[in-house]
Structure formats: C-alpha cells, structure tokens
Design a protein around this ligand. Structure first.
Ligand code: ADP
Length: 324
C-alpha cells in the first residue's frame, strides 16, 4: 500500500467524506476538512484525533485546512427504460472514471428493485454509519463514496417500497453526509415509478444520462424514459449505447447480437447527444461481479468509460450550454 493509500484510508476512517483533497508526499500529509456541521468542541476533537493518527502512522507534518463551505451536490441521474441494459454498470463506471479524472464525485444507488452497487463497488460488507441523523457514505472502488438502497434493507430482503416510503429512503441517501462531494451519480430504478417522481420533484437532478441496448424495443423504452425527464424539465445529457457489438474471444470476429448503431440513430432522431458505445464484453461482467469496475483499467473499455465521463463532466461544467 502506498503512503497516499494508507493515509487516505486512515483519514477516511476518522473523518469520512468530510476530508477531501488529501496529499501525502515524503511524510508531509495535507487535506481539507469540512467542519460546517460541527460544534467547536467536535472540531477540536476531530482535528486532534486526525493529527495524532497521522503522526502515529509516520507523518512528519500534518496540515489540515478547515472549510465550512456547504456544498450542495449536483445530481446526475442514470436511467433506462427497462432493467438489464447495463444501467448500474454504467453508473459505477461513470462515477469511477470521473473520480479518476480528479473530480469529487459520489454515487447513489436508488434502484430499489435490484440495488447492486455494494457488489459493483466491491464493498458489500461495509455498512454506512450515521452521524446524528445523516448517513455517512461508504468508500467503494476507486475511492468513490456511495450509498445504496441495499444498505437500508436486510440482505436478500426484496425491497418493495411504495410511494412515501420509497421517497423517504431516497432522501436519506441523497441528503447524507456528502462532505465536499460536488457531483452525485444516481443509479435510478428502470422505468418511471415512485422513485423517479420523488427524484424529479424533490431533488431536481441537473441532468440525466440515458442508457439503452441497440435493439428497437429497448430504444422504445429509452424513448419513454427520455419523455419522462423532458416532461419534468430535466435536461438530457445524452444517450449511451451498451452491449453494442460482441467481439468473439475465440475467433476475434465482431458480431452484433442486438443490432448495430440503433442508439446513435435514435439519439440523432431525438435531437440528443450520443455519448458513446460500450461493447458486449465478458470481461465487463467478470470485473463488475468481482467489485473491480472496468473503468479502473486503462485498456479500451476503461478508455470508453473515460470518454463518456469526460463528456458528462464537460456538460456539468458548462451550464450555459444546457441552460436553454
Ligand atoms: P441494469 O442496471 O440495467 O439492470 P446491470 O448494470 O445490472 O443492468 O447489468 C446487467 C448484467 O449485464 C450484469 O450482469 C452486468 O455485469 C452485465 N453487463 C452490463 N453491461 C455489459 C457489457 N457491456 N458487457 C457485458 N456484460 C455487461
């Protein structure tokens, strides 16, 4: 484990996502600490604890910059018309790729029908703790803080919340202790139910990324999801095509089990940006199931996710472009 990893783990254990921007070089450790929710006593205590722990772990200087700026994270919904098209996988890898590019990003798993982020983020055994009434996100793969509907229910328990209960659960995840996290990727349930309504009415995402497989039927469902966000006046950032083309690991031939280019054509027809395509690749499923998101690798798949993340980040940073 590098110095950076061990100090960042140590600092996170004590301060959670309130600590950001950690640097560790030649025993000099520095980071920012969000003290906006703390009393003076709490602040002094935590500062002392952090300083002491870092020194014990070998730091020869510890610089803690206090900030009290309250950040309201911007929410980016990742949505699909139906399940099984790779929405959760895209959410994980989008968040990880944005983090790798240096952004302060978190992830909320709002998919009540199949909350899979604890597994995809390689943190199934870590349960979030609460700080007062607010949950503290768990740190997952790539150092991305996340919270999942799956962490609010007992393992294996089907989550069939309706209406207000579903809405309250979503609020618990969104209004958690996100510290200095600026952008939160929200893995939405498929379709247009209670969570979606609660999301657009109460939490107003900045924009939505829609994912579809290339075939016509999936695209029709995606069009419905786009219509839902349009009606709610949530801008569409763009469309991602998943499972586009299959590269046979044996003969190397490329085939198109779900058709080719359908999503790109549909995006053009609907007048929304096309953000890119991810091939159907067994390694994506294997790496995802093992809790090591493929966005962490620097092969072609990692680069494909990085390129989608870059476009989403540009969109977030350029509010004028989507103000109209
Ligand atoms: P959703 O959230 O839309 O229900 P998931 O992200 O859970 O879909 O993906 C469904 C299954 O497909 C998972 O087993 C996942 O690993 C796999 N999968 C997703 N995208 C790809 C891909 N591009 N190539 C291969 N398998 C994929």
């Amino acid at each position: 484990m590098t110095d950076f990893d061990s100090f960042s783990q140590l600092v996170f254990t004590i301060a959670g996502p309130r600590a950001t921007g950690l640097k560790a070089e030649d025993g000099a450790v520095s980071f920012m600490l969000d003290v906006s929710d703390m009393t003076t006593d709490e602040r002094v205590q935590i500062e002392e604890k952090l300083r002491h722990a870092c020194e014990q772990a070998g730091a020869n200087s510890v610089r803690i910059m206090l900030t009290a700026e309250r950040v309201t994270p911007r929410l980016i919904a990742v949505a699909s018309g139906k399940g099984g098209v790779g929405k959760s996988t895209l959410s994980t890898n989008l968040a990880v790729a944005m983090k790798l590019a240096g952004r302060s990003v978190g992830l909320v798993d709002a998919d009540i029908y199949g909350p899979s982020q604890p597994r995809l983020m390689g943190a199934e055994d870590n349960k979030p703790e609460a700080d007062g009434k607010k949950l503290i996100p768990v740190i997952g793969a790539g150092g991305v803080p996340f919270l999942s509907m799956g962490q609010l229910a007992k393992p294996g328990q089907a989550i069939a919340w309706r209406g207000p209960m579903a809405g309250n659960a979503l609020s618990q995840l969104v209004d958690a202790h996100w510290g200095q996290v600026r952008d939160i990727i929200v893995d939405m349930p498929p379709g247009t139910g209670d969570i979606q309504l609660s999301m657009v009415q109460k939490h107003k995402p900045l924009g939505a990324v829609i994912i579809s497989t290339p075939q016509d039927l999936a695209l029709m469902d995606a069009t419905r999801a786009i219509g839902f966000f349009d009606t709610a006046k949530v801008p569409i950032i763009g469309l991602v095509e998943n499972m586009a083309g299959y590269l046979c690991p044996h003969c190397g031939e490329m085939s198109n089990p779900f058709g080719a280019g359908g999503a790109e054509a549909a995006a053009a027809e609907l007048g929304i940006p096309f953000l890119g395509r991810i091939p159907l690749d067994i390694d994506i499923r294997l790496a995802s199931d093992a809790g090591t998101p493929p966005a962490l690798s620097d092969g072609p798949i990692g680069r494909a996710y990085a390129e989608i993340a870059r476009q989403v980040s540009d969109w977030i940073d350029n509010p004028k472009a989507h103000a109209a």
